[in-house]
Design a binder for this molecule. Structure first.
Ligand SMILES: [Zn+2]
Length: 378
């Protein structure tokens, strides 16, 4: 895949690498083995893309045991997370300035100026992971990450910078703790003019989360892209994503203009002995969108709620066109559309009710149609 990317997209400006590098054989993992994987993959990436800055974010699988990320106050040598963060600081230094060292060693998050007026903030979402049981001891803003995030955004606002946020676990995912997610949502709302896009991974599916004004949930104000995984785990084809971003000029919005998703057919690759990568779709063209503003994604959800064909297309891409994807029944459809509407976790009641009731009512309509069309033989 890396070779294919190198040959097909020689004009890449930078790479966002959203974590989960070790395989998911979590019963087999050790600290030593995970560090080895991190070092090897970092080397692989820097060898393949020598000219491109790479911005990494930390996944939940990088620690051993999996999901185990003690906050900084756990500082006894046996349990402290410094075995991982100190090495990340060394490895990530290939692409990041030494100024990020303090926050990387404290919490594996950082903020860098990519271009004048354009900043990238990488969060460590393991401090919102509900399977990180260290947080049961104390979940109050672990590693003071969100407080630091606000300071970074405020100074970005003062300096007229636009910000892209990257991380691993999407903030609206049910794996993300409710309180962290709620605070994050409010912060994104406050800095909606500064944060022009967010990028996450973790779910392995190709999806997104629309954010709304936290005081007026009818007004979309941000979008988080959840990129397709390289891993086929499970029932998926492998994939990667290319984003087109408003580029270097005085009035640049740093908005995502369009994106395209690439995949390969795993079944064919196994038959031939080599993969054939192809562009699966381009967002604006495939979904008939004017632009990729939050309102356009909001309208796409709306349209998918009403147009079964459009939802089917989205669902095909969601699985990277895997031929073994399961059939998506009404419960599945409701869940997926509701996920797209949820930038805030564990709040389906406020964020999803309207979508669910619309799907329910449309189901009833088609059932009635079916009834009248099929049964009425008179
Ligand atoms: Zn993950």
């Amino acid at each position: 895949m890396l070779q294919h990317i190198q040959e097909t997209h020689p004009d890449i400006d930078y790479i966002m690498w959203t974590g989960d590098l070790p395989p998911h054989d979590i019963w087999n993992q050790t600290r030593e083995e995970n560090l080895k994987i991190i070092k090897e993959t970092v080397k692989q990436m820097s060898d393949m893309f020598p000219g491109a800055p790479i911005f990494p974010a930390l996944g939940n699988h990088e620690s051993a045991p999996v999901n185990s990320f003690p906050p900084p106050y756990i500082d006894n040598p046996e349990n402290a997370i410094s075995w991982l963060y100190d090495e990340l600081d060394v490895q990530w230094r290939k692409w990041l300035p030494s100024s990020v060292s303090t926050t990387v060693r404290r919490g594996a998050f950082y903020s860098v100026l990519v271009r004048p007026g354009f900043r990238l903030i990488a969060l460590n979402t393991n401090y919102c992971n509900n399977k990180n049981w260290w947080l049961l001891l104390n979940s109050t803003d672990p590693a003071t990450e969100l407080q630091w995030f606000i300071y970074e955004l405020q100074s970005a606002e003062f300096n007229n910078e636009k910000v892209h946020v990257i991380g691993h676990i999407p903030p609206g995912h049910s794996d993300c703790l409710k309180v962290w997610s709620r605070n994050y949502y409010a912060i994104v709302s406050r800095y909606e003019a500064t944060i022009t896009a967010q990028f996450f991974g973790h779910t392995h599916f190709d999806e997104f989360e629309v954010f709304y004004d936290h005081k007026d949930l009818s007004r979309p104000n941000n979008v988080a892209y959840v990129g397709p995984s390289v891993s086929p785990y499970y029932d998926l084809n492998p994939g990667y994503r290319i984003y087109y971003v408003d580029g270097d000029h005085d009035k640049s919005t740093r908005a995502v203009i369009d994106h395209e998703s690439w995949t390969m057919n795993l079944r064919e690759a196994n038959l031939y002995g080599y993969p054939i990568w192809f562009k699966l779709y381009t967002a604006r063209q495939a979904f008939g969108m004017d632009a990729l503003r939050p309102i356009d994604w909001d309208q796409l959800i709306e349209r998918m709620t009403n147009e079964p064909k459009l939802f089917e297309l989205f669902y095909k891409f969601y699985y990277k066109a895997s031929p073994v994807r399961p059939v998506c029944d009404m419960t599945c459809k409701k869940k997926i559309l509701c996920d797209l509407h949820s930038g805030r976790s564990h709040d389906r009641k406020n964020l999803c009710q309207s979508i669910e009731s619309r799907i329910d009512s449309s189901t009833n309509t088609s059932w009635k149609e079916w009834f009248y069309n099929t049964i009425s033989v008179s």
